[in-house]
Design a protein around this ligand. Structure first.
Ligand SMILES: Nc1ncnc2c1ncn2[C@@H]1O[C@H](COP(=O)(O)OP(=O)(O)OP(=O)(O)O)[C@@H](O)[C@H]1O
Ligand SMILES: [Zn+2]
Length: 393
């Protein structure tokens, strides 16, 4: 036995001692290359446990930078690295944990144009991202390349994980979800919140399933064709059997496979970068809105200022003088607004970023409530133009 063998044995001894694992599995792990897409809430724990376990080589893809609001769950990053690329920050954390792991950092956004090239070199791919479009892009590439895809998701109190494309019968994401969810049903941590340990748990499970695959552990049952759902609020965990592979799937079906290079993912998902649903004369900049409010001073103001964000966000921060009626309560509380209009007031509507407020203005207009104006860019733009003391969240 060589000295380096001895060193490895010491480092990995606690897992090598497992009868199902042993030195053979350790050597398998050391020979594998695993790609982690997304260095956020899922990617941080997944990468650290894979590095600790001694995977030979890890790739990290992320084009984002560290923000303070990431740190409650993206625990590989540090306060001192705020503003620095997440993938580089994660590489530093991996290095200080296990310097023998090779790390390749890709500071690019993964798209349909680079995905095949990026994943080509790896044995296993982990989807640790947070958006539906990227999920389909990664899936389609793994389906075509027949690479095991360990797919995790976490939001609010809930998380889930499964493994796609890992065997002949194993479905891909499109086999299970041939159509994407409607855009308004898709949540995000940014909009809906998330408790830190939820992505922590799912990211650890992604590392575990990847280790089982990479180390070729015969007795292990991998989450292939099964979806594990974790409800953190009730501490209930359920495992659902998924459909088998769809032979006519456009991603993994041999006969029906599409060429995804020219595919219009944005239209398929039904997303547009910024929603604009009302005419420009009904929209004011925050600066203009603030001036108008100031000119029509105090209680006798000719404006009724409405904040349509969820109450939990309103409690987090709000602009003085704005009343909170969340968008989903607008219909049931429309008489309150009508009363303000009857008293001669004009309605000004704000939300977080300017989409919900436009929907509110469109709804109020359709109920013949006039005049009503949208403050474009929402609280975020108000913070930039009028009041930097408002917290960023
Ligand atoms: N197409 C993509 N290419 C590269 N990285 C991606 C892609 N899509 C998502 N990601 C990355 O996946 C990670 C998802 O992590 P997570 O949702 O925990 O973080 P976040 O987006 O920073 O959080 P928040 O929503 O609170 O701002 C992010 O770091 C994001 O940059
Ligand atoms: Zn499929």
């Amino acid at each position: 036995m060589t000295t380096s063998d001895k060193l490895d044995v010491t480092r990995y001894s606690r897992q090598i001692l497992l009868p199902q694992f042993g030195k053979k599995s350790q050597q398998q792990l050391l020979s594998k290359k695993i790609l982690i897409i997304g260095a956020g809430g899922l990617g941080c724990p997944a990468a650290l446990y894979l590095a600790g376990a001694g995977v030979g080589s890890l790739g990290i893809v992320d084009n984002d930078t560290v923000e303070i609001s990431n740190l409650h769950r993206q625990i590989a990053h540090k306060e001192s690295l705020e503003g620095k690329p997440k993938a580089e920050s994660l590489r530093e954390a991996i290095r200080s944990l296990n310097s023998s792991v090779q790390v390749q950092v890709i500071l690019q956004r993964l798209t349909q144009y680079n995905v095949l090239e990026v994943i080509a070199d790896y044995d296993i791919v982990l989807d640790c991202t947070d958006n539906v479009l990227t999920r389909y892009v990664i899936n389609d590439a793994c389906a075509v390349s027949r690479k095991p895809l360990v797919s995790g998701a976490a939001i609010g109190w809930d998380g889930q994980i499964t493994v796609y494309c890992a065997s002949n019968d194993c479905p891909c994401y499109r086999c299970i979800f041939p159509e994407p969810p409607p855009p308004h049903c898709v949540g995000s941590c940014d909009a809906n919140g998330v408790l830190g340990p939820i992505p922590g748990i799912i990211g650890c499970l992604q590392a575990l399933e990847s280790i089982k695959l990479a180390a070729c552990i015969e007795q292990a049952q991998v989450l292939i064709g099964r979806l594990l759902v974790w409800d953190g609020l009730t501490s209930k965990c359920r495992v659902f059997q998924l459909r088998t592979r769809n032979p006519n799937c456009v991603a993994c079906g041999v006969e029906s496979r599409k060429d995804f290079c020219d595919y219009d993912y944005a239209s398929f998902i039904g997303c547009s970068p910024s929603v604009c649903v009302i005419p420009s004369e009904k929209r004011l900049s925050p600066r203009e809105a603030k001036e108008r409010i100031a000119q029509s001073n105090g209680d006798s103001s000719e404006y009724f200022c409405l904040d349509v964000r969820p109450s939990v966000q309103y409690e987090l921060c709000h602009i003085e003088g704005f009343h909170n009626i969340p968008l989903d309560q607008l219909a049931s509380r429309v008489t309150e607004i009508q009363q303000q209009v009857n008293q001669g007031k004009r309605i000004l509507v704000i939300c977080r970023r300017g989409n919900a407020s436009q929907q509110a203005v469109a709804l109020l207009s359709s109920w013949n409530i006039h005049p009503v104006y949208d403050i474009f860019g929402g609280i975020e733009e108000w913070r930039k133009q009028c009041d930097p003391s408002l917290p960023y969240y």
